[in-house]
Each structure stands twice: as structure tokens, then as C-alpha cells.
Write a protein that binds this ligand. Structure first.
Ligand SMILES: [Zn+2]
Length: 331
């Protein structure tokens, strides 16, 4: 008991004492609370609707998806680092090795107030697997509509903070990547053609499926799998843990983080294209379920309260990474 409370207070200090929060006391909790289940639900019922035809890379439904994301950022008054009102990083058809037509990543960002050259990336893939051969649409609500709408609402929260004079010290890039389902193309294209130098990229928080509950956790749904957090920066792992203890006390499940895990998830989503360049990453994931890559991955099956909690957790982690005095260190 004693040990726990010492750890708890040490953790509190680890998260807030080292950041700027003591100077002008911006309240991260206040902004995290602007991320609401009702708004996530409203957005996901659009993003994972039949209208988007399963968002297959390079196809008309995916073009609808990128326009939706762009419009959301424009409505929020959040610009793209590409300038001139262009939110799309175009990827030519030749890059996809015959697997897709030309496609695009969507980029939006909030410029840091003190260290704008240092970048925190929050990423999720915008594409999914399209329409099955029998004509059924794969809506991809969890995969990865959940990550997509979570990022947009996190961006909204950071923008609210900025409006109140509490913008992040470091810049935050909201990176929606295409071509994940056919081989992590969009994230690889971004790291091959980064808009901000990779050496200034502090970390990537990547989200792929955070709206559902897997069988293992059906009796305790307040959980999330984290993968990669300690592989390149123990400090990143420690911050992530401290944020969770301070604000959430969620169960962080590290099963898939084990080096000998047969699923090899560390190598299987977009964060890996950052990790291979020695950029620390955390991959957030709810685990697989029966609707994974099936037409039945629909928005009515998402647990929106849980999606809200998880999005707020990732927001708090990004907030800490963006606002702490020192950039996190590699091992
Ligand atoms: Zn996915």
C-alpha cells in the first residue's frame, strides 16, 4: 500500500512537475473533456457509412474519405503544413506496385509555440479493404474509422487549447495515411518524403482499432494494448504509464509487445515506418475480434464511451510529449 502511494505521487510529479503546466497552468483535463463520445459517434457513422464504399485505396470511396477529413480540419480552422489550403500528400500510382491507383495521405497540423521545429506525430490509416466480391461493403468502423475520428477530435481539443493561449509547445502533425491495408504504403511514403525532417520527429503515436473489446477483456473492458512504447525510448514508456496512472488507471496490456509474440504487431501497422527510422512509437490497439476485416465491422458495434476514454488517454499522452521541457530521449 505504502509503496503504491509513493509511486503514485512520484508519478504525478513525473507528469506535471517537469512540464510547463506550473507556469501558466493550462488544464489538459479541460481540453481532453472536449473529446466526447457523442461527437465521435456522429463522425464515425458518417466515416464508416456505405457512402464511403469501404475506402479502398485509390478508389472513389477513399477519395470521399480524404475529402471528409480535409473538410473537418477546415471547419476546425486547422491548417495543413503543405500550405495553400492543400491537405493532400499525393502518392503516384507507380508507388503502389500495381496494388492501387494514385492515392493520398491527409496532413493537418498545429504549430508549436516554443519549439515548432520539433514534431509529435499522431497517425491512423484512412483506408480500408473496400467492397467484397459478393458486393458487401466493408465499412471498417473499428479498422480504422475509430482511429481516424479519434485523431480529428484530438486535433479539435488541441485547437481549443491554442485558442485559449495554451497551444502545444511542440508542433503536432495529425497524419492520416493511405494504403495501410495493402502494405503500409502511405506511412512509408510519408517517411520516405517527410514534410518535417525525421530527426526532428520526436515520436509517433499510432492508432489502429480502438473502438471495440476483444474476447480476452470482455469482463474488464477498460483496457488497451500498447505495443512498442519501450523499444526505443524507456522515457516514452514511463511517460505513457504515468499519464495513465494519473488520469485513467486503464489496464495497459503489453501481451503483443513481447519480442517473441507470434503476431508481430510491432511490424504490422504504420508506426513501424517511424520506428525503423529510430523514432519512438506507441501503437494503440484493441485486439482483434470476429468482425475484423469483415462487412460486419460496422459503427453500431463500437463502444463509444470506451473510444472516448481511449482517445482522451492518447490526447493526454500527446499533450505531455508536446509540452514537457525536454524532448524525450532515445535509449
Ligand atoms: Zn487497420
Amino acid at each position: 500500500m505504502k509503496r503504491l502511494s509513493i509511486l503514485f505521487y512520484a508519478t504525478l510529479c513525473f507528469v506535471s512537475c517537469s512540464s510547463s503546466q506550473n507556469k501558466n497552468k493550462p488544464n489538459a483535463i479541460e481540453y481532453a473533456k472536449t473529446i466526447k463520445a457523442s461527437e465521435l459517434k456522429e463522425a464515425l457513422f458518417i466515416y464508416a457509412s456505405d457512402d464511403f464504399e469501404g475506402r479502398e485505396t485509390g478508389e472513389p470511396g477513399q477519395k470521399k474519405a480524404v475529402n471528409y477529413i480535409k473538410n473537418e480540419y477546415q471547419k476546425l480552422g486547422i491548417e495543413s503544413p503543405l500550405g495553400d489550403g492543400n491537405y493532400f500528400q499525393e502518392i503516384p500510382e507507380s508507388y503502389f506496385n500495381g496494388k492501387a491507383k494514385a492515392s493520398e495521405n491527409v496532413l493537418a497540423y498545429i504549430k508549436g509555440s516554443e519549439k515548432p521545429e520539433e514534431i509529435i506525430v499522431i497517425s491512423a490509416h484512412l483506408d480500408h479493404i473496400g467492397i467484397s466480391s459478393n458486393g458487401e461493403i466493408n465499412n471498417g468502423a473499428d479498422d480504422d474509422g475509430s482511429g481516424t475520428v479519434a485523431i480529428i477530435k484530438m486535433a479539435k481539443a488541441f485547437k481549443e487549447a491554442e485558442k485559449n493561449g495554451h497551444g502545444p509547445k511542440r508542433s503536432i502533425l495529425f497524419l492520416h495515411v493511405t494504403g495501410e491495408e495493402i502494405g503500409l504504403f502511405g506511412s512509408r511514403y510519408y517517411t520516405d518524403n517527410p514534410v518535417f525532417p525525421l530527426e526532428n520527429t520526436v515520436a509517433d503515436l499510432n492508432i489502429d482499432m480502438i473502438g471495440r473489446i476483444d474476447d480476452k477483456h470482455k469482463d474488464n473492458s477498460n483496457y488497451l494494448y500498447l505495443i512498442g512504447s519501450d523499444k526505443l525510448s524507456q522515457e516514452l514508456h514511463d511517460i505513457s504509464e504515468a499519464v495513465n496512472i494519473k488520469y485513467f488507471n486503464m489496464e495497459f496490456d503489453y501481451t503483443f509487445n513481447e519480442d517473441d509474440d507470434p503476431n508481430r504487431f510491432y511490424y504490422r501497422s504504420d508506426h513501424y515506418n517511424f520506428a525503423k527510422h529510430n523514432i519512438p512509437v506507441i501503437f494503440y490497439f484493441n485486439g482483434t475480434h470476429d468482425d475484423y476485416h469483415r462487412p460486419s465491422d460496422t459503427p453500431d458495434k463500437i463502444n463509444y464511451e470506451l473510444l472516448e476514454t481511449r482517445a482522451r488517454l492518447i490526447f493526454h499522452t500527446a499533450w505531455e510529449l508536446a509540452n514537457r521541457d525536454e524532448r524525450i530521449k532515445l535509449n
